[in-house]
Design a protein around this ligand. Sequence first.
Ligand code: GLN
Length: 455
Amino acid sequence: QAHLDRIVAVDGDLHAFLHVNAHALDVAADIDRRRAAGEELGPIAGVPLAIKDVLVTTDMPSTSGSKILEGYLSPYDATVVARSRAAGLVPLGKTNMDEFAMGSSTEHSAYGPTRNPWDRERIPGGSGGGSAAAVAAFEAPLALGSDTGGSIRQPAHVTGTVGMKPTYGGVSRYGAIALASSLDQVGPVTRTVLDAGLLHDVIAGHDPHDATSLTDSWPSFADAAREGATGQVLKGLKVGVIRELADSGFQAGVASSFRDALSAMAAQGAEIVEVSAPHFEYGVAAYYLILPAEASSNLAKFDSVRFGMRVTPHAAATVEEVMAATRDAGFGDEVKRRIILGTYALSAGYYDAYYGSAQKVRTLIQGDFDAAFAQVDVIATPSAPTTAFRFGEKIDDPLQMYLNDVTTIPANLAGVPGISIPSGLAAEDGLPVGIQFLAPAREDARLYRVGAALE
Ligand code: GLN
């Protein structure tokens, strides 16, 4: 009830939610009944959960921030949603996002942007700005996000929250409306590292419905966070700092917060080691070929026949005319831009030059990570180059928007886990800054230990 009250009080202005669950209190009452009847419920049963609208749900619409899916009801729950329900979490509602998770500001949502609770003239990050703003504004204690190129970590960075992108394959993508299938991962957005671990424990693990789901059994991430909170893990921990990222144009307050966090870690016994990742500078370019290529294929299913909106331009319209009119009306500009980029990059005669080259860069970046992790336990970077920017600042300049992803994209290209945790406020604007830690694939627990130690 407290969270629903808070949503009523602030969400008219923030617009973190696209839909609020009318049955949340009934679900909560049912959990209370089960607990009273002596049923053993998990450690976070009864806790409200905000769900990014990219995740399909049977009882609430799932639009992925797009007009083309307005009012769409899924016949099944995403696996992460089903697991959350089974663990007794109470779905609070669906959160706003850039259309089909394309963007870094929520300004590309077809339903209007979300405001950053720290400064309502500024963006809450993207694409999962709704989830991060909901958590930062105390509308929800926990949220689910998806991260294809930073959409969990960058919103966490600009809202002073914790965002974790698991190892690729560690959390099921079944029922996460696909953006780029080789990059997408679902993960938690919370206020503390322990909260993220508790939610990650609920959603992790093999899912036969997702062909790329790992069969690993995962350690408890909540336990890893508790272990990390003792601070002991920093002693002798080798923390890599990437030389080539130094001139990525970090805002002064972001750079100094990062240096302070490293000094704090060193004071507790961590060893800061400079490592080289010579191909990181090509990450953004490779990502913005691979992502549109995969997205253009994934979005082909929005054909006016199988899902959502249908626009019939005139009575005798052909299938092609209906499809074109529907996509013209249903997709926003950024989605159209990426479909065009993707189909171009995949077309005969250009495939090797663009898509093929980008895949080679991806392999080289994976090699950079392998070489770095042979020397260090974790890599640390600022989570993003700047604090929350103002609405309108980058929206007309897609390249500037894309360059904002320089620090988050490499983890998706390599499939490794990454966490962003708050590292203070920038001196010049008083806005939140995050520090990102990256670990080798499957070492998600290490990020919870290190993150909790620094928190
Ligand atoms: N800013 C990235 C993009 O626009 C983030 C995408 C994501 O993680 N969903 O592609």
